[in-house]
Design a protein around this ligand. Structure first.
Ligand SMILES: Cc1cc2nc3c(=O)[nH]c(=O)nc-3n(C[C@H](O)[C@H](O)[C@H](O)COP(=O)(O)O)c2cc1C
Length: 210
């Protein structure tokens, strides 16, 4: 598949791990937080930089660019689908797997993040897609459980070995701090290797089934 592209209208660019050439597994990372100093986004930004050989990770700019979900705009002919949603679906469709990391607000998923997931319910892009449910903290258990329930309902394939808590010592840690921390970097890199291995293994089974 092609590497996921930068969003053209989001104002900020999708960040890619380098180099993309020769990579056979392309992952799209989506953060549930809108905060500039987000620990969830920091974790995923570190994932972009820690991608193992032959794996790329692109960071989706922000779920804030998406309009509120409206099923009436999601008609089967796609004629009224907002451009930002069509772009999200394209990026998800081109990715071999997703990395998701979200905060918890009032024991639930952030509205903007659930909104992004709602736009993917009617899509053909998500079912069967490998997904790693990641977290920078062990505290947000309700959001993790809800995210898993939503993903299962949407027929995504949660890759357990890649679904890890990478416990940041402090919410103030940024991507540089995570990459520089040996324990965190090893945990993140092994989660990325696990989802890449899962994608390759499914690909081999698909070929055998043909
Ligand atoms: C309004 C509000 C509600 C929150 N509710 C919860 C909660 O129910 N459970 C929890 O573990 N953390 C809760 N938090 C803490 C956030 O999850 C925490 O600040 C997290 O670091 C935010 O993620 P970010 O750093 O990626 O933005 C809440 C924070 C805010 C601002």
């Amino acid at each position: 598949m092609d590497a996921p592209h930068a969003l053209s209208r989001a104002g900020s660019q999708t960040r890619h791990s380098m180099p993309a050439s020769g990579a056979d597994v392309h992952l799209l990372a989506i953060s549930g937080s809108l905060r500039a100093g987000s620990s969830n986004t920091a974790l995923l930004t570190a994932a972009v930089r820690l991608a193992p050989p032959r794996v790329t990770v692109a960071l989706y700019p922000s779920v804030a660019v998406l309009p509120h979900f409206d099923p009436e705009l999601d008609a089967p002919d796609g004629g009224r689908l907002p451009d930002q949603v069509a772009e999200l679906r394209k990026l998800v469709g081109r990715a071999d797997g997703l990395l998701l990391s979200t905060p918890e607000y009032a024991h639930g998923l952030p509205g903007a993040f659930k909104n992004a997931l709602d736009w993917l319910v009617g899509s053909v892009e998500l079912p069967g897609k490998a997904v790693a449910v990641m977290s920078p903290t062990a505290r947000s258990v309700h959001a993790q459980a809800q995210l898993r329930e939503v993903l299962t309902t949407m027929s995504a394939r949660i890759v357990e070995r890649a679904s890890v808590v990478v416990p940041l010592a402090s919410r103030a840690m940024d991507a540089d701090d995570i990459v520089a921390d040996q324990t965190l970097a090893v945990a993140l890199r092994s989660a990325l290797a696990a989802i890449a291995a899962d994608v390759r293994s499914m690909r081999r089974s698909d070929v055998r089934a043909r």
